[in-house]
Structure formats: C-alpha cells, structure tokens
Design a protein around this ligand. Structure first.
Ligand SMILES: [Fe+2]
Ligand SMILES: [Fe+2]
Length: 190
C-alpha cells in the first residue's frame, strides 16, 4: 500500500487549497464509513484522498489524456467535459499509484454513479458528498443515512442531483438514472 503522507504531499501540489481540503475531508469520511461497513479502511482513506486527483486538469489536457489512455468519451461527457475527471482519475490511480480495480471503479463512478457499484464504491461516492467541508440543505440527514443505510443514502443524493439538473436544465447522465432505478427496484423487491 502507498504511503498516505507521501500521497498528500503530491496531491497538495496538484490541487487548489480548497480542493485539497475537500480531499482530506473525503478521505476521513471514507475511512469512517469503511469501518462501519467492514471495508478496508486504509484503502478507503487512500481512495477518498485521491478521488478528485484529475479535477484540476485543464479541459484541453483532459482530451489529450483521454486519447493517450484510450478512454472512451460518451455523449454526455462530450458536452460536460468536467465529468471526465472521474474516468481520468481512475487511470491516474492505476498508472501512478498501482491502484487495484476496486479503487479504480470507485473513482470512476464517483460522479455519475453506476449500477455496478459495490459497497466500497458507494462509500467513496458518499464520502465525497458528506465530508466535513460540505454544507447544503439536508446534509445532516444525509450524514446520518450514510452511516445507517448506504443504498438509501445513495438514493437521497441521486434524487438531489437529478432534481438539481432538472431545475438547471442540464444533462442527466444515463448511468445516474440506471443506478437510481436499480436501487428502487431492489428496495421494492426486498
Ligand atoms: Fe469529483
Ligand atoms: Fe470530490
């Protein structure tokens, strides 16, 4: 496993102070959630820390990266290039930190969500949304939900994001809708 303090130093050089602090917060929340749900705490701490490692790559360079690593850009990402930081982050995690597939998937899915998310990926997704620097209506409820029921907490965030996208007349990624449907179906069946 990588030296987490080393990673922090690297990250500090690649991110703004605000984003760096967000990453530290996500790392802490990810570790806490991992403990609750019996996932690898060290791995969660690391993944939370680097989940936004590609967030500040300039848009032009994002396309270069995508080409270099054969990253497929879908219709939505073509219009909202910023979304690509998730797929790019996963590749950087693999190339620079030898991150395993579990870590890569959690980073890849942390923005749109995906029906194939495992418990670890849900933890990273939620840690990103509840970390201590975040502040928005409903966050206290979400923080509690995240500790008691991962799927319900996921639904809470997905609904929030979908509503926001509708209000702002922006695109909704099909992976987000697919994940929401799957979680609802799972809830109805059980
Ligand atoms: Fe992100
Ligand atoms: Fe983030």
């Amino acid at each position: 496993m990588v030296d987490i303090e080393e990673v922090k130093i690297q990250l500090k050089n690649r991110l703004t102070e605000k984003r760096y602090n967000h990453s530290l917060g996500a790392s802490k929340s990810a570790k806490e959630l991992a403990k609750i749900y019996g996932e690898d705490e060290e791995k969660a701490e690391f993944t939370g820390l680097i989940h936004d490692i590609a967030k500040e790559i300039p848009k032009e360079n994002m396309l270069e990266y995508a080409k270099k690593y054969n990253i497929e850009i879908d219709e939505i990402e073509k219009v909202q290039l910023g979304l690509l930081h998730a797929k790019l982050g996963a590749v950087i995690a693999r190339e620079e930190f030898e991150a395993d597939e579990k870590i890569q998937n959690a980073i890849k899915y942390h923005t749109t969500g995906n029906k194939d998310m495992d418990t670890f990926a849900k933890i990273i997704y939620l840690a990103d949304k509840i970390e201590e620097n975040r502040n928005y209506d409903g966050i206290d409820e979400l923080r509690e939900l995240a500790k008691s029921d991962l799927d319900k907490a996921m639904l809470f965030v997905l609904d929030f994001n979908i509503q926001k996208a509708v209000n702002k007349v922006t695109l909704i990624h099909p992976d987000t809708v697919e994940l929401r449907n799957m979680l609802l179906i799972k809830n109805i069946i059980k």
